[in-house]
Design a protein around this ligand. Structure first.
Ligand code: SF4
Ligand code: SF4
Length: 165
């Protein structure tokens, strides 16, 4: 296969001229094209590494952790999301761990021993997603989830896409 001969690069001398006055310097600076750097969710999404887990294929293992912390800020956000007073949400849905940390109450589950009280056990999803606490937003703290890797491994080797090890 033949390729087109490369064109000889046209040599151009770059002339750097020192601006004579502050006015000239300002004018010169204004002539430099400014590249717009996107900020916000769109830019973050572009820069973020691709997720290597899919919560929609998992029965919600992380919501079965016995101590899911609910800070004061989390409680206010959740209460606002639910349209209830924070005291009511605190009383109905949280309790204290032995070390005093405020945590979610649990309900018995048919897959894991128990799950966060806000987990829909039929749909296998969080019912307060937009109002969930910080710890739920941050988990699994990276682009991969150890449990999901284990789940994929077991499902692949058993040939059963529904199995929960
Ligand atoms: S255990 Fe991992 S894959 Fe499963 S719901 Fe939690 S973060 Fe998603
Ligand atoms: S608030 Fe939602 S995401 Fe957090 S543990 Fe409960 S069900 Fe899971």
């Amino acid at each position: 296969m033949s390729t087109a001969p490369k064109k000889a690069a046209k040599k151009t001398a770059t002339k750097i001229t020192k601006p004579a006055t502050t006015k000239d310097a300002t004018k010169a600076l204004k002539s430099i094209p400014i590249k717009v750097v996107k900020s916000g969710a769109k830019a973050d999404k572009k820069a973020a590494p691709k997720k290597r887990y899919d919560c929609s294929k998992c029965p919600g293992y992380c919501c079965s952790y016995s101590e899911i912390e609910v800070t004061d800020h989390d409680l206010k956000r959740l209460a606002k999301h639910l349209g209830l007073p924070p005291k009511t949400v605190e009383k109905q849905s949280t309790k204290r761990a032995p070390d005093g940390t405020r945590i979610f109450r649990h309900r018995k589950d048919h897959i894991y021993p128990s799950l966060c009280t806000f987990f829909d056990q039929d749909e296998r999803r969080c019912t307060v997603y937009a109002g969930r606490p910080h710890v739920c937003r941050a988990y699994p703290n990276g682009n991969s989830c150890g449990y999901y890797g284990f789940l994929r491994f077991e499902r692949y080797h058993s040939g059963d896409e529904e199995i929960v090890p």
